[in-house]
Design a protein around this ligand. Structure first.
Ligand SMILES: [Zn+2]
Length: 373
């Protein structure tokens, strides 16, 4: 199976300049691809294949776009491919019309040619950039790599690469674990493990407060420096916006780490099976009060991590049918309540008199999903 591996890069000043050059090229070519498809579509023609666009590009490279030769050929190739894919999806009605990537809003990233990626103990070769330092042995050597992608998160540079790995054989217990995810806690497991909602911790609350304060400050400054109907970016505004970006990054990292820790701990108990519910986030998001809390809780991300870690460790991962009444069923006697409101935090069974925490009850029901007991 293929495992993702994301590693921080430590480029020199000159290398960093070249990385930015590749990022700029990727964005430019992506936008160029969209513009060509758009114009073509307007003239009533069919989709231009990415092969034809690449041929066009090769000709332009000898002339008006000769600066493209300064970055790796593959950066442009992939950007054309991405642009074409986005357009194809739009044609098939699977996505909205693709938008142009702006310098400000798009995530800086580009691809490296898989066959040209080379890895040494503490450096990695990025085309036209050179050997960039990485932490010792952070990328395994002499394995098959796929899809190397370089990105910048607002503070650091990273290389992400898929690595072919053999599945480790772990001796699992016979336990089937049900996991109920939610807003009060991130996850409650049928084996008694509970993982708190990280957004309720003091650290996150403090950081969010700081973020809100900065956001207020920046919007005040925009209003104050308005020239007529035009908003002006002062150096002060740029400075605060940079701080805001870094805070967003920090929050995202803390949340992601928390999720990784939780999923790792669950996997370490070596269950034979993990059952989770089908997340109806779209439905939950329509509730205005809950939507913000759910977005921050990153439940999809938690489930995604759980799933691939199970797969990697040979643990069966099961998604319970979305109509499975994990919350309404009494885990003691099997009675199903006709109605259970969200505010009822404790499950009280009117059949057998069992009193149990609502989420814990749900996790037990998930753990026995489709098992004959
Ligand atoms: Zn009962």
């Amino acid at each position: 199976m293929i495992l993702g591996n994301k590693v921080r890069l430590y480029p020199t000043k000159e290398q960093e300049q070249k990385l930015w050059q590749s990022v700029g090229t990727a964005r430019f070519i992506y936008n160029w691809t969209l513009a060509r498809q758009k114009e073509n579509y307007k003239n009533g023609n069919k989709f231009i294949s990415d092969n034809d666009l690449r041929k066009e590009l090769t000709i332009l490279k000898q002339d008006s776009l000769n600066w493209l030769n300064e970055v790796s050929n593959n950066v442009a190739k992939q950007a054309v491919k991405d642009g074409c894919e986005a357009y194809k999806k739009f044609f098939k009605g699977l996505a909205d019309r693709p938008r142009f990537k702006s310098r400000r809003k798009s995530k800086p990233s580009f691809y490296n040619d898989t066959s040209k990626l080379k890895v040494k103990e503490s450096s990695v070769l990025i085309e036209k950039v050179g050997w960039v330092t990485i932490k010792k042995n952070s990328i395994p050597m002499n394995v098959k790599y796929t899809n190397p992608r370089i990105s910048f998160d607002g503070k650091y540079w990273f290389v992400a690469v898929g690595i072919e790995k053999e599945q480790p054989l772990i001796e699992s217990t016979n336990e089937s674990i049900g996991i109920d995810v939610g807003i009060k806690d991130l996850a409650i497991c049928s084996n008694g493990m509970t993982f708190k909602n990280i957004n309720k911790t003091r650290l996150i609350k403090k950081l969010e407060k700081r973020l809100r304060r900065l956001q207020r400050r920046v919007s005040r400054k925009y209003l104050k420096n308005k020239e007529g109907s035009k908003f002006v970016k002062t150096s002060n505004i740029i400075k605060i916006e940079k701080q805001i970006k870094l805070l967003h990054r920090k929050l995202a990292n803390i949340r992601s780490n928390h999720s990784h820790q939780a999923t790792n701990m669950i996997v370490k108990t070596k269950p034979s099976r993990v059952v989770m519910e089908t997340l109806n986030i779209k439905g939950m998001m329509t509730n205005k009060h809950l939507s913000k809390a759910i977005a921050k809780q990153c439940l999809y991300e938690f489930k995604r991590q759980m799933q691939y870690k199970c797969e990697f460790n040979g643990i069966e991962f099961v998604e319970a049918d979305k109509w499975y009444p994990s919350s309404k069923t009494c885990s003691e006697c099997g009675h199903i309540k006709p109605k259970l409101s969200l505010s009822e935090r404790t499950y009280i069974c009117e059949e057998c008199g069992c009193v149990i925490d609502r989420d814990y009850n749900a996790s037990i029901n998930l753990s026995i999903y489709e098992l004959v007991v």
